[in-house]
Design a protein around this ligand. Sequence first.
Ligand SMILES: *[C@@H]1O[C@H](CO)[C@@H](O)[C@H](O)[C@H]1NC(C)=O
Length: 181
Amino acid sequence: MPLSFSKIFIGFSVFSVILVSNVANDVPKKPYELVNDVCRKQWNKQFCLEVLKFDTRSEFAEDIRTLTTISLDVATKRLTATRDCFLGVKTGPPAILKSLKDCIDPYNFVIQSLQNCLIEDDCLLTGYDIHIAGDEVTRCQKFVDSNGAHDSFITTSNNVTLEYCWLSESLANLMCDETRG
Ligand SMILES: *[C@@H]1O[C@H](CO)[C@@H](O)[C@H](O)[C@H]1NC(C)=O
């Protein structure tokens, strides 16, 4: 009995050492190494850092797919909150109320696209889906402009939404480069 216990113990110790040294080799040395690397290449570096650091999975992320997933998750949550805020406005100037109504469908489309784009078989279709989603935000803004609600809080929201789309699209395309290269 004591013999088999010590065998197990030694076996376990050796196993642990192998496990620890493997992990030590795989993990990037500094926190946020990949995040900083990737965000440096974005046109809005600050926005990129804020979005990705919002989720703790980014700290020791080893691939761009993880960062793309985070960006899409954060964007989906944020845009769902924006859409719900649009739905919640019941009183205000007619131009605003009409614009909010016009923008619900585009926003539903954007949210759904961002939620589903990662399951595309062809990696390049992920970036394409996000690009099309961004066009829907522009469509919403066109409604807003033609209704005379330019410079309202809807425009501010659309500008932020576009930032999420551009960041996610850019990360998705980097992700494909990573997979192929
Ligand atoms: C939204 O973005 C457009 C284009 O970049 C800019 O001209 C406009 O001032 C922004 N509006 C608001 C309210 O943020």
